[in-house]
Every structure is written in structure tokens, then in C-alpha cells.
Design a protein around this ligand. Structure first.
Ligand code: GLP
Length: 249
């Protein structure tokens, strides 16, 4: 795992956008594995700026998102489809037909998991963007007794519900389940760009980089992937700098 230490969130977002831009210039029809949450927000903003002000071309990319809340349609303001359309796809001129997000309001969620798994298998990500939840989840792969391989339904952990409640006007209406790609999809990505920011991620960053590779911290499996670049700001790195400084270039 290549670690790029950056001073703050703004630098993290610029660095992540640099990596995505370089990928798109090298392969304009890149399949980009997207993710939502606060970690990638600044990167998406910077990519939109570069598209609008510097002519960065994104109209040929394909995107595949890691997850979606069960029960939310793509037009629900708190759905991941809606977020990505508003903050990335539409502003960057990415045609919706080239984008994929699990269908949260599918009549048969288990069938949707199977459909989405097949779609991801036919479109492996050239570059998969990932954040890491406070529980160590990637996508919505929550701590468990094994590493789930396939796209599946997941009961969201209490800590995850608490962390994501901020996005819902009435937390009681927040879905308790999600559809998430499994670790098989993520580990088949050619390259992974991992983003970690803030003192709230210091503990999980240390467990990710220094702890044992266990399904109770799902993100640790990324240490077995051959091409991961982790862009981490100093607030998130503070415990690693204190306990394992040799890990940081
Ligand atoms: C969210 C998303 C993940 C995201 C993670 C971290 O629930 N399902 O895709 O990577 O939790 O989010 P954040 O970047 O806001 O910490």
C-alpha cells in the first residue's frame, strides 16, 4: 500500500483529483468505482471545477458505485444515486446511462444484488475510490465474522447509522439496510484510491495500517491488494505517526 501523507482535507482532495485526472487522461473510457460520504466530497468538487474551468473530459467514463440504501429511490434526496447525480455526474457531463448505482427501491432486493454483482463483474473498476467508515467498513461491508465476497444486503451497524444520520432530516426515516458490493468486487479493481481524513479516522487508520487483517475491520483486506494508494491527512495519521512512524514515507 502506497501512503501519500498530506497536510489537510483540501490537499487530500486536490491530490485525489490529480490521481483521478491522470487516470482519465491515460484511459478516457475508464471504469471509475465511485463512493459517497464526506471523504470524497472535496475530490468531486475539484473534478467538477477542473471540468468546467480546465476542460477535463469525463463524458466517456463509466461509473459503478459501491452501495445504496434499501428503500430509497434514485430521486430521494438522501439516496446515493441522487447525491452522485447532483454532485458529480450532471455537473461533469457524465451520461446517466454510463453510470451504475444499485437500485435501492428494487421490488426484490436479493435479485438486485445478483443483477448488480453481474454488472460489476462485467465492468471491473480501473480505479476504485474508497473511504473507510468509522467501523472500518468499505462500501457498506460492515464488521463481520467473514469477508463477504458477493454483492449483498447488509444491516447497517449502529455506529454507521449514527454517523450517517446527519444526512437525514428525520433520522427515524433512515434506512436500516443497504445493498453493497462485496469485497470480491473491490479486490478485483485494478487500482484502489483510498481516502482518509480527520482526527475521527485516526484510530481506524492505525487499525487499517498496523492491525491484523481481520473481517472485524473489513478495510484491512485492502493490504492484500497489489495497487492501493492511500491519501491520508495529518489528522488521520496522528496515531500512526506516534506508534509506527516507519510506515509513513
Ligand atoms: C458511508 C459509505 C461508504 C463510505 C463510508 C465512509 O456510509 N457507505 O461508501 O466510504 O461510509 O464515509 P465518510 O467518508 O463520510 O467517513
Amino acid at each position: 500500500m502506497k501512503i501519500i501523507a498530506v497536510p489537510n482535507y483540501e490537499a487530500l482532495s486536490r491530490c485525489a483529483a490529480d490521481i483521478v485526472e491522470a487516470q482519465l487522461r491515460q484511459k478516457p473510457d475508464t471504469c471509475l468505482g465511485t463512493v459517497t460520504g464526506s471523504s470524497p466530497e472535496g475530490m468531486y468538487r475539484e473534478l467538477v471545477r477542473r471540468h468546467r474551468e480546465e476542460g477535463l473530459e469525463l463524458s466517456r467514463i463509466r461509473t459503478v458505485n459501491t452501495d445504496e440504501y434499501v428503500g430509497l429511490s434514485g430521486t430521494h434526496p438522501q439516496s446515493y444515486r441522487y447525491y452522485l447525480e447532483e454532485h458529480f455526474f450532471r455537473p461533469c457531463g457524465i451520461p446517466s446511462e454510463l453510470t451504475a448505482v444499485p437500485q435501492g427501491d428494487a421490488a426484490d432486493p436479493e435479485a438486485e444484488c445478483r443483477r448488480y454483482e453481474a454488472l460489476c463483474s462485467s465492468h471491473p473498476a480501473d480505479l476504485q475510490i474508497l473511504g473507510v467508515g468509522h467501523t472500518g467498513h468499505i462500501g457498506f461491508n460492515e464488521p463481520a465474522d467473514d469477508f463477504p465476497e458477493l454483492t449483498h444486503l447488509v444491516d447497517l451497524a449502529p455506529q454507521t447509522l449514527a454517523a450517517n444520520a446527519r444526512y437525514f432530516d428525520d433520522p427515524d426515516t433512515m434506512p436500516r439496510q443497504a445493498i453493497t458490493v462485496g469485497l470480491g468486487v473491490l479486490m478485483r479493481a485494478k487500482r484502489i484510491l483510498l481516502l482518509l481524513s480527520g482526527s475521527g479516522k485516526a484510530e481506524i487508520t492505525e487499525r487499517l495500517l498496523c492491525g491484523r487483517i481481520v473481517p472485524q475491520v473489513p478495510a484491512t483486506i485492502l493490504r492484500l491488494h497489489p495497487d492501493v494508494t492511500a491519501v491520508i491527512d495529518e489528522d488521520a495519521l496522528q496515531l500512526v505517526r506516534a506508534h509506527a512512524p516507519n510506515l509513513i514515507p
